[in-house]
Ligand binder design. Structure first.
Ligand code: XIL
Length: 341
């Protein structure tokens, strides 16, 4: 029976599979695959993204010493249950993205040369290890300064490279060498809600394409914590990258109810936002899928992040703290089956 038939009861992952897309969520702390949340993820989704365990800072606690245990657990789980695996993230300068030892390692006569070496080694070690098993990689995360159209001057990568283009190109080329089949993404945080971020991202990506940099896709994270998206605009922005010949994805979706407290029914209002985002992706044929950041409200990073926690509680996901589906779950699934319904 097709998921779209009235009597059918499909999960959001089954609905996505039926239309050739991905509906995913994140992994959790080590051991997560054996916990109830592991069961929830494999039952409801057809894709999973590593939340923290593939970040450079997490994989490599001291130079050259890799600990793949947690990442291996997540990748094996994805493989065992037929989930598409999104690798997040090779190079990110914020929060737990960069290794603590990186500054000291670059304290040499020629920091750019040293960083080039480290980038090549890291991409080969990680992308190479999971070759054929990690289907899609966020190669570089959040190149832009927050809500602006220029690369982040606080980034250790852009501070070290004389030309920002050289960092982007080297990161993508190294990942391509390590796994020629993997889909390589540039991922950005506020391009769906900020015109400056969208413009900046578009300019970066166009430049990469013109230079022949091996980029396959653009990720719109979709953390709706400062403002809400507008469906048509989101669709247009996704389509703009699709028109450059790229895949697009919503890679880190969460919708904070703190933005919806004026509504008489915040959970219903949240469901409408989910419906709009899923419908916008559905309407763009190059939109490969949507990943929610954290599988349930009890695990949301927003209630733990020093900057965002004070604005909460956020309750931003598809499942509540008891792992029960919320109105947003039904809305998301139905938007994949009946986008205009
Ligand atoms: C967050 C994780 O969810 C947290 O557990 C961690 O403490 C910090 O990073 N944008 C990204 C993600 O690309 O890597 C971030 O994930 C959320 C913002």
């Amino acid at each position: 029976m097709s998921c779209a038939e009235p009597a059918a009861s499909c999960t959001v992952g089954e609905a996505a599979t039926e239309i050739g897309r991905f509906a995913g969520t994140t992994s959790e702390a080590q051991g997560w695959t054996n916990e109830p949340v592991g069961e929830l993820v494999r039952r409801h989704f057809n894709s999973v993204t590593s939340q923290n365990e593939l970040k450079w800072g997490r994989l490599v606690r001291s130079p050259g010493v890799y600990d793949f245990a947690h990442a291996d657990e997540t990748v094996a789980f994805a493989q065992q249950h037929g989930l598409r695996m999104r690798g997040h993230v090779l190079f990110w300068h914020r929060l737990n993205g960069p290794p603590a030892w990186l500054d000291a390692e670059l304290d040499t006569g020629d920091p750019e040369a040293r960083l080039r070496e480290l980038i090549r080694e890291h991409a080969h070690a990680v992308v190479g290890r999971y070759k054929g098993r990690i289907h899609t990689w966020d190669v570089v995360n959040e190149p832009l300064a927050i809500l602006s159209d220029h690369v982040d001057p606080e980034s250790i990568f852009f501070q070290t490279f004389a030309r920002y283009e050289d960092f982007l190109d080297l990161a993508f080329q190294s990942a391509r060498e390590a796994d020629p089949e993997a889909k390589l993404f540039l991922n950005e945080i506020f391009a769906s809600v900020s015109q400056a971020s969208f413009d900046g991202l578009y300019a970066l990506v166009r430049g990469m394409i013109e230079r022949g940099t091996p980029i396959d896709g653009v990720g719109f994270q979709g953390h709706f914590i400062l403002s809400l998206p507008e469906r048509e605009q989101l669709q247009e922005r996704l389509q703009a990258f699709a028109d450059l010949g790229l895949i697009v994805e919503i890679t880190e979706l969460d919708v904070s109810i703190s933005l919806l407290t004026d509504s008489s029914n915040p959970l219903a209002a949240q469901a409408e936002v989910y419906r709009d985002v899923f419908a916008a992706c559905h309407a763009v044929s190059a939109c490969a899928g949507i990943t929610t950041w954290n599988s349930h409200d009890g695990a949301t990073w927003l209630d733990r992040d020093a900057g965002f926690a004070p604005l909460g509680p956020h309750a931003p996901t598809l499942f509540d703290e008891e792992l029960q589906p919320k109105p947003s779950y039904t809305a998301a699934r139905d938007a994949l089956l009946r986008p205009d319904g």
